[in-house]
Design a protein around this ligand. Structure first.
Ligand code: PSV
Ligand code: MN
Ligand code: MN
Length: 409
């Protein structure tokens, strides 16, 4: 480290020791934080108005893994990559798995796609047409089979199913069809697999969405059994929703399976996580780390087994730097949350000290964790500034030979 960062870390260490923080534990937690990146985050994407094509975008799933490997090489935090079928369809999935391993990665969640086939215009698993429902369930089963081939243990489900007009669909019948589809898929899972059920309150359906909120995902997962859990995509809530409250509720019920991190301002904006709402991200981690200390072993285990994933499709920003920025933002807020003095906070809460408790929590958020992150990266032999290291690496220049016109999503 430079003399500046040595001095900054020494001061940081002293300050945190005075606050009663165990820095060895903090560092260990930071080192163990792994965040899965999405294959579709490396491809071209945009809004419904335009997809801007970029130079150097991967042309196939293998090149997406190359880019993800670069993110992992620089951050040490992204060894798994989620795939989306059929966006990442290949003729030999074992070969895809071997390729991922050859570049130091593994395949994470498998995401079925039930929204880009003409047949699904009026719904997939909730379509009034039984043969379309069958086709949709067959695709879910195909994805479970792919999970077995690539060694994935998470089936990540998002349904675009919904309607645009009152009366367009029969809501209760659609609810039952959805559950039937989930049940058939659930039965196909191996014991070590999880089914993660996402929710979203609008879009592409604007009148109703079949899995509209966490309560619906929760109820569906509850009926299915222990291998089904809820996936919280941070972008899928109405303005003003208290996402961290949902997180704490699901933790307490042992049903928080994972996250799709991103940032939103108005809708499902898929922007860089923590870019406009870092305090929300910190408060989510506060709930999770508090659950790590719970007396109930089930709550602790749930908190320790969360699948952290990014779900972002960058429209205007360069793909790999956007992913690196996202990982760094997550690490920053996680590091801050690790500095919460839980004993102090508990004492203030128990004494009904409103402002004292709020202050105990916010104090951790306001600490500059830069010296800590630099020290941890250096101890792991990683570049202290992954973004700068990427910009200086020449990787972007090397992939320019791929040209324009890579994969979409
Ligand atoms: C659509 O809203 C979406 O962003 C969901 O969050 C899914 O997880 C993702 O697409 C990939 O299918
Ligand atoms: Mn998502
Ligand atoms: Mn989304």
């Amino acid at each position: 480290m430079s003399q500046w960062s040595d001095r900054a870390y020494a001061l940081f260490e002293e300050q945190q020791r005075d606050r009663g923080i165990d820095l060895a534990w903090v560092k260990e937690k930071l080192v163990r934080l792994q965040i899965e990146t999405p294959s579709w985050g490396y491809g071209d994407s945009g809004t419904r108005f335009k997809v801007f094509q970029k130079v150097g975008v991967p042309r196939n799933p293998y090149e997406k893994f190359d880019d993800a490997a670069e993110v992992h090489r620089l951050t040490g935090a992204c060894e798994a990559v989620a795939i989306h079928i059929p966006w990442d369809k290949v003729s030999d999935y074992q070969e895809l798995k071997s390729y991922a391993e050859s570049v130091g990665l593994k395949i994470g969640a498998v995401n079925p796609n039930l929204f880009q086939d003409d047949d699904y215009m009026l719904g997939s698993v909730t379509n009034a047409n039984a043969s379309i429902r069958r086709k949709a369930v067959d695709h879910l089963l195909e994805c479970v089979d792919i999970m077995k081939q690539v060694g994935s243990n998470a089936l990540s489900l998002w349904f675009a199913d919904g309607t645009n007009y009152p009366g367009q669909g029969h809501l209760r019948r659609r609810k039952r069809w959805l559950q039937e589809a989930l049940e058939e898929t659930y039965r196909a899972l191996s014991p070590d697999m999880k089914m993660l059920i996402e929710y979203k309150f609008f879009e592409p359906g604007f009148y109703h969405t079949d899995v509209a909120d966490w309560g619906m995902s929760f109820q569906a997962a509850q009926k299915l059994g222990p291998q089904a859990e809820v996936l919280v995509d941070t972008g899928h809530h109405a303005l003003g929703t208290n996402v961290e409250h949902i997180v704490s509720y699901l933790l307490d019920e042992g049903k928080l399976g994972g996250f799709h991190f991103n940032s939103r301002k108005y809708a499902d904006d898929d922007l860089i996580v923590g870019s406009s709402n870092p305090y929300e991200l910190f408060l989510i981690f506060y709930q999770i780390l508090d659950a790590h200390l719970d007396e109930d072993v089930k709550v602790r285990e749930t908190a320790e087994n969360i699948a952290y994933m990014i779900d972002q499709s960058h429209a205007i920003e360069p793909k790999i730097p956007a992913m690196i920025r996202s990982i760094c933002n997550i690490q920053t807020q996680y590091a801050k949350a690790l500095l919460i003095n839980h004993a102090e906070l508990k004492e203030k809460q128990e004494n009904n000290d409103v402002l004292g408790a709020e202050n105990a929590l916010r104090t951790a958020f306001e600490i500059d964790v830069t010296p800590l992150l630099l020290a941890v990266r250096e101890e792991r032999g990683l570049p202290p500034d992954p973004m700068r290291a990427f910009l200086e690496s020449g990787y972007q220049e090397r992939i320019a030979k791929r040209g324009v016109g890579g994969s979409s999503w």
